[in-house]
Design a protein around this ligand. Structure first.
Ligand SMILES: [Zn+2]
Length: 327
């Protein structure tokens, strides 16, 4: 009996000790210190320009315009919308931005990463979303998987013509799991992963929801674009490509806006499984809404897809040129 009591007490003490060692999880927020946006701009050769709107700051030079707003997560960088992880706030020194957003978004865009000369971008994995038993979004007899496959083929031809090697994670109407797709890219030693999808929205006001979105992995400790306020996501191995991811997403979204009639729904952050498993930089493109009449007409037409494929390829080639620069 004494032995049982001992074991019971020992168990209780062990449980209490364990309880002390493992405090209840608390939200991780590495928002970091906020710092002056005007000072950040000046460090990168950008000057504050007079703005017509209250609470708005524009930083410009001959080549670039950056716009931010007080109490807002909206950023327009070189004509492309981005969403910051934390709102810009008003400080004693004008508008201030979180250290996390400087590190994850502003700095890599204004001072892009560079690859060593020995590691150029040679191989691109193109992932046609869905396939086989997984049709993706379905509108009448139209299935997302058909159009992502057609688009992937065109992007492949464009990139091959530009001298790159392209690996398709599927080349036919076959089912490939979300885990296998990044694994295939890794086995092919792909330098980039570009996933192709088309969107759908059936809620109220769906006829107004249209345009292109380009996603990259949410940085550690920041919230995803569609999940404001949840900063609990921890560091994932694929977060080591954060600087490349945001640059690639930005350049592809910019090329889409320049080369198609699609609206700008912005560069976004998400922890999509395909992106969390990558062992190379990567993005996920949603090339328009199958639920919107104008987007749908473009998605279903060879001409519309050719323009989108051209823009996506151009964005990838812009990224290649930029990260391989030698100056
Ligand atoms: Zn999809």
């Amino acid at each position: 009996m004494a032995r049982f009591l001992f074991l019971f007490l020992f168990g209780m003490m062990a449980a209490m000790a364990a309880g002390r060692r493992a405090p209840a999880p608390r939200p991780v927020s590495d928002e970091g210190r906020h710092s002056s946006l005007v000072a950040w701009g000046r460090r990168h050769g950008l000057q504050p320009a007079p703005s017509r709107r209250a609470g708005e700051l524009q930083l410009t030079n001959a080549a670039l315009q950056v716009t931010l707003k007080a109490d807002s997560r909206a950023l327009v960088f070189d004509g492309v919308e981005h969403r910051l992880a934390f709102p810009v706030r008003r400080g004693s020194d004008g508008l201030e931005i979180s250290a996390r957003d400087v590190q994850a978004t502003l700095d890599p865009l204004v001072n892009p990463p560079r690859r060593p000369a020995s590691r150029p971008v040679n191989v691109v994995a193109i992932n046609a979303g869905h396939g086989g038993k997984d049709p993706g979004n379905t509108e009448g007899r139209r299935q997302e998987k058909q159009y992502t496959l057609l688009l992937a083929g065109q992007v492949r031809r464009n990139l091959e013509r530009a001298g790159l090697r392209v690996v398709l994670t599927r080349a036919a109407d076959t089912f490939v799991s979300l885990d296998d797709r990044p694994a295939m890219a890794a086995r092919a030693s792909a330098d980039l992963f570009v996933s192709l999808h088309f969107n759908a929205f059936d809620g109220p006001g769906s006829r107004d929801v249209a345009g292109a979105e380009t996603y990259c992995l949410t940085p550690a400790g920041a919230s995803s674009t569609n999940d404001s306020g949840n900063h609990r996501g921890g560091w994932l191995p694929a977060n080591r490509f954060d600087r490349d991811n945001i640059l690639l997403a930005h350049l592809v979204q910019r090329a889409i806006l320049g080369g198609t009639d699609l609206n700008d729904r912005g560069v976004r952050r998400a922890r999509f499984k395909e992106l969390t498993l990558l062992s190379m930089p990567g993005i996920l493109v949603e090339g328009g809404y199958m639920t919107h009449p104008q987007d749908a007409a473009s998605i279903y037409s060879p001409k519309g897809r050719a323009a989108l494929a051209r823009a996506i390829s151009d964005g990838i080639l812009d990224y290649k040129r930029l990260v391989e620069r030698r100056e």
